[in-house]
Design a binder for this molecule. Structure first.
Ligand code: ADP
Ligand code: ZN
Length: 729
């Protein structure tokens, strides 16, 4: 009697459940008599007319009348989400000013994973001989000679028969059907499969990383030149984590585009890693998600959203190319995967390795301040040397009108091709030309829905808006004045560079690499071909700047090094420095001596000077000083509020109303309303408010309070909040 009562008291019979929809907080549900749940249990609950996924969050906030509550419909037979992950969801929701249920939906991304995995159907001989033996039946029985159980698909493959033959043998009693547990999605990686022999500098970098207490939160900034072997070093940190029985996560900015990294991992650890990115089927996703949760998956290589996978034993997070803009999620709820990785590591007492040849100013500053261990790799592996970088002053040595490749660069490309090496022409602009106009009437082609020019994509025969994707066929005659063949392209895009390259270097085997040129799978193919040396001349956008290791590449030409400097973006210099260093760093990664050429109208700009002198320290020092003086991140905080509406005045007026409702706070400065640099996207006018504060101020809390007390947007008005904005579109 007494024990029964004690049980009744400890058993949670009403719980708070966070549902995966954008509501403010958890709802209360009754736990049916026969059901056991705990914090983190994944459940299905009725919400309105639907059943919806949710997670048990704990005890309910208020006391409810039992009879008003609905029952939890189902608890899934998977381990509960870890405390650490629940805390991450709450933290991210608070920080980014998003409903926690919406963040949780990002965690529960793979509902298929919750159903028990389907067993594998297999067959085994019974020993009984069938009465009728056809050649097909014989082939099946031959395949089963080893008396092992064969999965159906494998048996069909080995014997080359149709499944009806196997069914027939089963009916005849000669084989029996078994259900085997499904194969794990990947085999466990072997920490000792094929460790690299690190050189002394790499070994000391690894020692510095491993000096971080494995059972505590700690961050190392692995700051090393391109080709220095950062990957080799952090692989050993992954191995260390696996040996300690904890899980490892490696985030890459652009995983879908390269097989190289996966291949390297496979060689190092003897098995493929589990992958997580947008190119996977729901079935693959489900397997990985479940494996991460139940612990069968020990290492994941993924895109930024892998940060929300349900690890329960996470011991290491690696962010390769930690400075990369792709880590910022800018649709839905906006978060920065690097910052959130550090937060998650704090909750799970894990180590973090941020790896880059061009660290973000934020991370460099953290290292300078001693918050992160600063781990350096200053020389390239083996005989490879850093490329020589030269600026080509376009005012003096520029190309003739109508062409884009300076004579001195063209000579270097010829020389590389003559030596049987590869050259790369880089321009970070897709399409054929950024602007198209009619030379009869002067009409300039603009997107009907955005404040942006239509970009000609000659390869596909369309004009395209890069903001909303709107396309139209490139007209034969001007749609304003009707003049035939009057459209002229203004300025270069990568396709136009390819055209010039074809005329200048007709004998080179050329390849054009930009996201317009094919699917992810096709691009992966192309990259593989480039790595195997099947092309001499590579013409590409930022796609080619990241992580690739092209052994034969010795000359890199950047056709417009100034592109990107012009924006009113506080990170313009940093971003330009990063992309130029990354592109130049593709040159001479093996034994060949690499050269990079920067075509610029501003050879005296600090970014160009730092590039040419190779003095990255001077660049960081100057950039950090400038940021500090301007109160810019990481010495200050920024939050952007984009107010959008179908009508421009409506958006501006609401932004004014919002501004007038802003609470007073010391040290917060508000700017705007101003039209956003891209003032219209998809027919919606965009007006921006910007808040700036000191770094020790809770700016996200301020904005949350502000929005909760201000008038709510109605009708087609929308507010999008971006804490720590990275782009100033
Ligand atoms: P990073 O990531 O710093 O750009 P990588 O790790 O890609 O550099 O190394 C550059 C190249 O040098 C790769 O081909 C890599 O396999 C090779 N490499 C670097 N360190 C070693 C090592 N210790 N042993 C063998 N190969 C190495
Ligand atoms: Zn558009």
């Amino acid at each position: 009697m007494r024990t029964e009562r004690a049980e009744m008291q400890t058993r949670m019979d009403i719980v708070a459940v966070m549902v995966g929809v954008a509501v403010e907080g958890p709802y209360s549900y009754r736990v049916p008599e026969h059901m056991q749940v705990e914090r983190g249990s994944i459940v299905a609950v009725p919400l309105g007319p639907r059943l919806i996924l949710g997670v048990v969050w704990g005890a309910p906030k208020d006391n409810f009348a039992h009879n008003r509550l609905r029952d939890i419909a189902q608890v899934y037979d998977v381990p509960p989400l870890s405390e650490e992950l629940l805390k991450l969801v709450e933290w991210v929701a608070r920080y980014t000013i998003t409903a926690p249920g919406q963040v949780l939906r990002g965690v529960l991304r793979s509902p298929e994973a919750l159903d028990a995995p389907k067993p594998v159907i297999a067959y085994r001989r019974t020993g009984l001989e069938p009465e009728k033996l056809t050649p097909a039946r014989l082939r099946v029985l031959d395949a089963l000679m080893d008396d092992m159980a064969w999965p159906k698909a494998a048996l069909v493959g080995a014997s080359g028969v149709s499944t009806s033959v196997i069914d027939g043998l089963e009916r005849a009693g000669a084989v029996e059907k078994l259900e085997m547990p499904p194969q794990p999605v990947v085999l466990p990686p072997d920490a000792d499969a094929a460790p690299s022999k690190l050189n002394p500098e790499q070994q000391s970098a690894l020692d510095d990383i491993l000096a971080l207490d494995p059972n505590q939160f700690g961050v190392a900034l692995l700051d090393g030149v391109t080709g220095g072997g950062k990957t080799e070093v952090f692989f050993e940190a992954v191995a260390d984590t696996l040996r300690a029985g904890r899980q490892a996560l490696i985030l890459l900015p652009e995983i879908a585009l390269t097989n190289t990294f996966i291949d390297r991992f496979t060689r190092r650890f003897g098995t493929r890693p589990a992958e997580w990115h947008s190119d996977m089927t729901p079935v693959q996703r489900a397997k990985v998600w479940r494996g991460v949760l139940d612990g069968t998956v020990r290492a994941v290589v993924g895109a930024r959203s892998a940060l929300f996978l349900p690890f329960r034993e996470l011991g290491l997070l690696v962010l390769d190319e930690e400075h990369d803009g792709a880590y910022k999620q800018s649709e839905g709820f906006t978060y920065h995967a690097r910052d959130m990785a550090v937060v998650r590591a704090q909750f799970s007492q894990a180590r973090v390795v941020l790896s880059s040849a061009t660290p973000s100013v934020e991370s460099r500053n953290n290292a300078n301040q001693g918050r992160y261990a600063h781990v350096r790799l200053e020389s390239r592996f083996a005989e490879a040397a850093m490329p020589d970088i030269t600026a080509i002053d376009m005012r003096i040595d520029g190309p003739e009108k109508g062409s884009w490749i300076a004579p001195s660069l063209a000579r270097e490309v010829f020389a590389a091709l003559d030596r049987g090496e590869q050259a790369l022409l880089f321009l970070n602009r897709r399409g054929y030309a950024p602007l198209t106009l009619c030379n009869a009437c002067g009409h300039q082609y603009k997107c009907p829905d955005c404040s942006s020019w239509m970009v000609e994509h000659r390869f596909r025969g369309v004009l395209m808006c890069h903001h909303c994707g709107h396309e139209r066929r490139t007209p034969k005659s001007c749609s304003e004045c009707g003049q035939v063949d009057s459209l002229v392209a203004v300025g270069p895009g990568i396709e136009r560079v390819a055209e010039e390259a074809a005329a200048r270097f007709p004998d080179a085997r050329r390849v054009l690499l930009s996201t317009d040129m094919g699917s992810h799978a096709q691009l992966r193919e192309r990259f593989g071909e480039v790595e195997r040396g099947e092309y001499d001349l590579i013409i590409g956008t930022q796609l080619v700047s990241k992580g690739h290791h092209f052994e034969k590449l010795s000359v890199v030409g950047v056709l417009d090094a100034d592109l990107g400097l012009a924006h009113g973006d506080p990170r313009a210099a940093e971003k330009t420095f990063q992309i130029l260093t990354q592109v130049a760093g593709r040159a001479g990664r093996a034994s060949r001596h690499g050269k990079a050429f920067l075509q610029t109208y501003h050879p005296d700009h600090p970014v160009m000077k730092a590039m040419v002198s190779g003095d990255r320290e001077a660049f960081y020092a100057q950039e950090i000083l400038a940021r500090e003086a301007g109160g810019m991140p990481p010495f200050g905080r920024l939050a952007a509020l984009i107010i959008s509406a179908n009508d421009h005045d409506n958006a501006t007026n609401f932004a004014r109303t919002l501004l007038s409702a802003a609470p007073m706070a010391d040290g917060v400065r508000l700017f705007g309303p101003a039209d956003a640099p891209v003032a219209m996207i998809r027919g919606r006018h965009r007006v921006r408010l910007l808040a700036q504060s000191g770094k020790d101020f809770d700016l996200s809390g301020y904005v949350r309070f502000w929005l909760s007390s201000a008038e709510k947007p109605k009708g087609d008005l929308k507010i999008q909040v971006d804490i720590d904005p990275m782009s100033f579109m």
